[in-house]
Design a protein. Sequence first.
Length: 111
Amino acid sequence: MDNQNQQPGQQVQIEVSPEVAKGIYSNFAVISHSHAEFVVDCSSMLPGQPKAQVVSRIILAPEHAKRLAFALQENIMRYEKEFGTIDLGQPQAPQAPQGPRTANPFGNGEA
């Protein structure tokens, strides 16, 4: 993502502490917004469990959320060019409904 206060050609140095470098695993996210910000709650959800534990919350200005969306799309295109299409498990049958898919990787929690 770019920084509007940055001079052209200037590079930003990013420092990552060892604790942050470990990363936090997330397989479920909930995104909400107000007029001033986007909130991304990254969660870890186990199969068969009805509750997801929020492990990290990211709060972004709308402009930065849009830049993040563009950066993710660009990186997904690069990934798929190198490794192949990311399969979301969408139905292959022509008569299957083409509605929006759930973001829940484990279904709706009902057994």
